[in-house]
Every structure is written in C-alpha cells, then in structure tokens.
Ligand binder design. Sequence first.
Ligand code: AVJ
Length: 304
Amino acid sequence: MAQEVIAGLSSRPKYCSPKYLYDQKGSELFEKICELPEYYPTRTEEAILRQAMPEIAELAGKDATLVELGSGASRKVRLLLESLSVRCYLGVDISRDFLVSSTRRLAADYPWLEVHAACADFTRGVALPEGISPKRLVTFFPGSSIGNFTPEAAERFLISLRRCLPTGSGLLVGVDLLKDHAILESAYNDADGITAEFNLNLLDRLRKELGFDIEREGFSHRAFFNERQSRIEMHLDSRDFQVLSLNTKSIRFRKGESIHTENSYKYSIPGFQRLAGRAGFSSRRVWFDDDGLFSIHYLISSSR
Ligand code: AVJ
C-alpha cells in the first residue's frame, strides 16, 4: 500500500486508487452512502434485482456456486441466496474485518450454505481458491464497482475473469447508466456530507497507517461529472500550498492541486454490452428501472 500510494502522490496529476477508500471506517461510510436519498444506485439496483429474480434463477440454474466480488456488507446477495438454489458462496473483498463479519453473518443465517471468504484485491486479477467447485459458476459483481475501472481496464479485468471461469459461466454485473448530470453530481455531493467524509477518510488512513503528516483540514472534497470521459471524478483538493512528509519523502501541493481519488464511469446499455463483448462475454439479458438510472446485465463467458 505504501509503495502504491507514494507512487500515485508523486505523479502528475496526483492520484490514489479508490480501493484504499475501504478501510473499516470507509466501508462503514460507504454503507451510509448507500442509504442517502441522493445516492440512487444501491436502492435502484436492489429493486431491479428483486423484479428480475425469477429470470435470474432460471438463467443461473440449480446448485450454482456464487462468487461475489467486492462483497462489502453482503446485503444484496441475500436476495440471490434466498431465491436461487445456491450451494456454495465465496465473498471476495479487500476490507478484511468487514468481510469476515459479513460472511460470518451469512453462514449463521443460512446454515445450508457453504460459505467461503477471500480477502483479496481482485483488481490484481482473479483466481478461484481450491475447494471451490467450478461447475455452474455465477459471479456477482454488484453496485457498478466495475465503473471504478477505466473502460480499458474493465475490459482487461473481464478478460482475466473469463480466463478463470469455465465456459458458459454467468456474470451478473450492475452497471450505472449515463443520465442527467445534475442527478449524477448530487449523488456524489450529498447534503449531509457523507460522501465528503468517505473521501476525506482516506487522509486519516494515510496518517494512521502510513505515518503521513497529513490532516483532513488541509483538503476539501470535490466531485463532478467529466462529460468527455463519461465519468464522475472524485478529488481531494489542497486548500493551500503545503508540503507533506513521510520519512525522507516530501510531497508538495500547490493551492487547489488535487489527489484524484476515484473515477466512476457511466455507460449506456449498448456501450457496456460492446465492452463485455470485446472481453468475450455475451449478453443474455439486461434489466433496468423505468427511469433508466441503473442496469443489471446477465452475461455468459464464451470459450475464446
Ligand atoms: C462502489 C465504486 C460503485 O462509484 O458510486 C460512492 C463508490 N464513491 N460514492 C460509486 C462511491 C462515492 C461507488 N462504487
């Protein structure tokens, strides 16, 4: 983490991978974001899932193994576990304690289910742990987390995922849709400032875990829609000129210079289908809400 963060802060423009937003506090703040009135993705995805469940169950078939990427609080997956006849579940998340407590809860609530947890950074690639039977596999990648990747990286990620799945495996992926910019921007600039907290929490983490002399008071949250790139960008803007030090390293900030902490790409339905197609996944079915806010795709991995 230290190496990656220092490399990002030493480049121009400065950036930090969004995966570092998810320490225990960050994961908790993200759960709060999901309940905000402005943050439509979570509740919209959940409503679409509920409606689509009979069709999803049919596509997934019986006795499937369900792998969830970025499982977090493992809330949405309960819908799947209750409606599909899943035999085995694997939750994958970078936030260790959070992962352990949420998969423990799943195991307690569903005694018939075989539950596995893998604390892993899946952005580095995916491999199934031993003991996971690869027959009838469905991967669940909810929340439009795929939007954190650039389209090129999303394509590479899907290719690496496809390579470790048996041909014909299902991928159920939530994808946030392009829409009115005001709706998008308010989802990342909520009135209660929870998203700002979530973003600024990264600085606390750098101070506590890596020993940076960095204070959240020196920065402010900024999020906006970049139309040309079709993405929400989240930044931490330096309020003033400042120099941060870590051991022998020093990192200078101009006033207003930012750390780019997250991208959240927004797609059209055909745009995402084309991307998945280039990675060797063919579209079986896509569901979306009446307002066209969010989409869920059921894709099948092909053999090439
Ligand atoms: C978890 C990556 C899907 O991009 O909307 C929410 C993270 N960042 N508010 C998103 C997030 C700020 C979220 N993802």
